[in-house]
Design a protein around this ligand. Structure first.
Ligand code: ATP
Length: 233
């Protein structure tokens, strides 16, 4: 569904991605993992069109999306749960959810305010609270709910559980598992590889702007040297 081939991305004159390649298959959960500063968020920015890649190709459902503005990429059906959640602090939970809602994938059974509130009952209790009044876990649920309200075909989560308490992290993983079971294609950027291994199908490790390893969850968990070599664990 998503394919990056030899993507080169710069900040001004500073090159950060050096021929980055990876892909996400339809209906699967794929992870992009790597140490801090290796280029994960830059890869996400290149996919969603907030950063312009100068080399290589990014294709979504066969269509080249590299070079297209972010709003067009969103309209094609890529939803992002951004690093740091970035909920609108001065809008209520309800407003955060409906402000950008759309059925971009043309789903016959689209996500609605009600179905998102059913998925995250905690948000229903906080419906009239402002984004800034929520806990970190509630903000993460809101950020995921907001992305679902776009009815994306591919959902990208950048560090979805960073800074969250273990119980909330488990709750988020459970919800993502439910989304996977409903057929959603998901790209997870995260560092908690042991927690990810059981829900993910395929993993890509990035180091210094290049994909250096790919494999399934068994291969990832069986090879302890991978963690030491590429993840510093
Ligand atoms: P983290 O988990 O710390 O966010 P990451 O793998 O997502 O790490 P990126 O945020 O993609 O890493 O950063 C990759 C490299 O690009 C780093 O060396 C970083 O310093 C550099 N970088 C990121 N943003 C900018 C920017 N706006 N201008 C210049 N360099 C940047």
């Amino acid at each position: 569904m998503l394919e990056l081939a030899n993507v080169e991305t710069f900040y001004g004159t500073i090159q950060v991605l050096f021929g980055m390649s990876m892909r996400c298959k339809r209906g699967e959960v794929t992870t992009l993992i790597g140490r801090n500063g290796m280029g994960k968020t830059t890869t996400v920015g290149s996919i969603i069109g907030t950063l312009e890649s100068r080399g290589g190709d990014i294709r979504f459902d066969g269509e080249v999306i590299s070079g297209r503005p972010a709003y067009e990429v969103a309209q094609l059906g890529i939803g992002l749960v951004p690093e740091g959640r970035q909920v609108f602090p001065n809008l209520s939970v309800r407003e955060n959810l409906v402000a950008t809602a759309a059925n971009y994938s043309g789903s016959s059974d689209p996500w609605t305010l009600d179905s998102v509130l059913e998925f995250f009952p905690r948000l229903r209790e906080r419906l009239d609270n402002q984004g800034s009044q929520l806990s970190g876990g509630e903000q993460q649920m809101l950020a995921i709910g907001r992305a679902l309200m776009l009815n994306p075909r591919l959902l990208i989560l950048d560090e979805a559980t960073e800074g969250l308490a273990p119980l909330i992290r488990q709750e988020i993983w459970r919800r993502l598992e439910q989304l996977k079971q409903s057929g959603m294609t998901i790209l997870l950027i995260d560092k908690n590889i042991d927690e990810l291994a059981h829900i993910a199908d395929r993993h890509f490790i990035i180091e210094k702007g290049r994909m250096v390893w790919q494999g399934d969850s068994d291969a990832l968990t069986e090879d302890a040297s991978l963690k030491a070599r590429y993840l510093g664990i």
